[in-house]
Design a protein around this ligand. Structure first.
Ligand code: HAM
Length: 401
């Protein structure tokens, strides 16, 4: 990432941090790699991430994996640090690079950054609504255009087991048409087929029974209350019975934000509830809900690849080699009062320094020669008007701020 993109990213981060703080989230950083088991147990063996996208290495006897996603590591940290004893829900946010061995294209990279939020320790469906509203609020604060939200439910275990049987009853007579890859996935987790990009499989799945129509009374009540929360908060959404996320830990509410501006990789952020994850990682049964949003995709959606550098307040042009050392404290003084300053560090002539100052967009150039210095003064040139004034060296700060 080059400086111009960094500046845009910093703006995204500043806005995100403000939003996270408004919703009472605290920051967390987890290590770049984890024991591979954290992802195998957390994300699930039927997912593309675990089946083919992880960067996994042997570290002596241990198998480690570069973090492909942020939720399982945060849940692991929650367990390891006994956070269930803190006031619940524990609300954590992160910015971290994620690594997935995918085919790179615009908006899809093997290393991408995610801003994420995880709220762990409450079953309340209004927390689902709040988490979704936070992400909607973040896009609103950033003025991301053309954002849409789809919401669905993965139900609870009581909804999913009978549904799985019904889905398999529908799929088995069609197994021939699904092809070998889909056939293998059907055996492991038939719901993954809703995720398929193959037109033939997608066509078959459109006719399949939907989990949203087969929710248990509890799961249905949870889903309806989360939607009521979104309605109350004025967050616009579409219900999507085909919404299946690419990770196995989801239960109940799932959601995805897309952006019209993004083309093929239209997913800008998504998440959902994961009530079994903390327990799967060795903790006490503890529900959770959260989201992740790709920083590069936000950048693409904003349509500005870069933000120009802020102008320099002043450029110090020293006309004598010996004086350069003597005037180092002056430069430090100007910087200490918050001025953005640069000076020549290549031994340029005055003419070359003026060109350098102009190229850096300096508003003013402070010129000091041996005679000015002896008189305790400098010439301050305004680069826009060309006006020049003599200013005492000890009053430069007042003059320039
Ligand atoms: P995810 O949908 O896999 O969810 O990723 C979240 C977001 O990361 C996507 O919506 C997208 O913006 C971005 N993203 C994913 N893969 C790439 C890539 N290869 N290149 C660029 N951007 C990408 C998760 O990872 C879950 N951990 C989210 C979550 C948090 N669920 C609950 N809590």
């Amino acid at each position: 990432m080059l400086p111009a993109e960094w500046r845009l990213r910093r703006r995204i981060l500043d806005v995100a941090q403000e939003a996270f703080e408004a919703y009472a989230y605290a920051p967390i950083t987890t290590p770049t790699f984890e024991d591979t088991e954290v992802f195998v147990r957390g994300v699930g063996t039927s997912t593309d991430i675990v089946r083919k996208e992880m960067y996994t290495f042997a570290d002596g006897e241990r198998s480690i994996t570069l973090r492909p996603e942020g939720t399982a590591p945060v849940a692991r940290a929650f367990v390891q640090h006994g956070m269930h004893k803190l006031p619940l829900p524990v609300k954590l946010w992160y910015l971290a690079p994620m690594f997935r061995h995918e085919a790179p294209q615009a908006g899809r990279y093997r290393e991408h950054y995610q801003l994420g939020a995880e709220a762990i320790g409450s079953h309340d469906p209004l927390l689902d609504a709040e988490v979704i509203a936070l992400l909607a609020d973040l896009y609103r604060r950033l003025e991301v255009p053309g954002v849409r939200l789809r919401v669905g439910s993965m139900g609870d275990a009581e909804s999913r087991e009978p549904y799985r049987v019904r889905l398999l009853e529908y799929l088995e007579p069609r197994a021939q048409d699904l092809g070998p890859d889909a056939g293998a996935r059907m055996a492991e987790n038939p719901m993954r087929l809703f995720d398929s990009k193959e037109p033939r499989v997608a066509e078959i799945m459109r006719g399949a029974p939907k989990l949203l129509d087969a929710l248990s009374p509890d799961a249905e009540a949870h889903y309806r209350r989360a939607l009521a929360g979104l309605d109350a908060l004025g967050v616009a959404y579409e219900e999507d019975p085909l919404l299946v996320r690419g990770l196995d830990y989801y239960t109940h509410t799932v959601f995805e934000f897309t952006c019209d501006r993004l083309g093929a990789q239209s997913g800008i952020g998504g998440g959902g509830r994961y009530d079994g994850l903390v327990e799967a990682l060795g903790g006490p049964p503890t529900p959770g809900v959260g989201f992740g949003t790709g920083v590069e995709r936000i950048t693409l959606a904003l349509g500005e690849e870069s933000e120009s550098a802020p102008a320099l307040d002043c450029y110090l042009a020293v006309l004598d080699e010996a004086l350069r050392v003597e005037l180092l404290p002056l430069l430090a003084r100007l910087r200490a009062v918050g001025l953005r300053c640069e000076s020549d560090l290549r031994g340029r002539s005055l003419k070359a320094m003026m060109r350098h100052a102009a190229a850096l967009g300096a508003r003013r150039v402070v010129i000091v020669g041996p005679r000015d210095h002896a008189a305790g003064a400098a010439t301050v040139r305004d680069m826009a008007s060309g006006d020049e004034r003599t200013v005492p060296l000890d009053r430069l700060e007042d003059e320039l701020t």
